[in-house]
Ligand binder design. Sequence first.
Ligand SMILES: [Zn+2]
Length: 216
Amino acid sequence: MASARLLFQWLIDLVYPPRCALCGDLDVPLCAACRAEIDATPLDPHARRLAPLSGSATSGAHDGLLRDAIHKLKYDNARTLAEPLGDRLAELYHRSHWTVDMIVPVPLHTSRFQERGYNQSQLIGERMVRRVHHPCVPSALIRRRSTPSQVGRSRSERQLNMQDAFHADAALVAGRRILLIDDVQTSGATLQESARALLNVGAAAVYAMTVTAARL
Ligand SMILES: [Zn+2]
């Protein structure tokens, strides 16, 4: 069975060889040069006060290489990109002086998850575990309903749009300090609503980190 699967994968690779998600170079999902370029993109931490979060930080602005990497990770199935982005957030965490007990990725709604096949924020959070040494617990927070696109909405419309969108599992989070992970922060409404759901069931504190923050 295993050898049949390997043969099948070999044939797939022969017909559709992997290409670097960022530059298109053949034979690797992410080439060494592109990986090095992401690693060399300096951390540009920005903190924002987003009540009821105890802290929120982002690793850089939503443009250039980081924006491309997030876009390919989300829409082009380039899951390998979760590795450098997860390592980046782990570094940001170590610089933050925050203390948490677990990592919780911002969930996608089930229908979006099924369509994409994975949650990019979960992949980033799972990668972070290597360097942060706290568990990544995706089941701690679920998305109850799909939220219409936030694009073009005012701040109050965005907040209304997100209300009650999330449900947290008290058994997993009560008394725990949580680090929420997402790819992009726009208004911050998603992080705030996620934090409210976690605090409502007894989380001790909620912090958030995103790879980038979009200017509004
Ligand atoms: Zn490349």
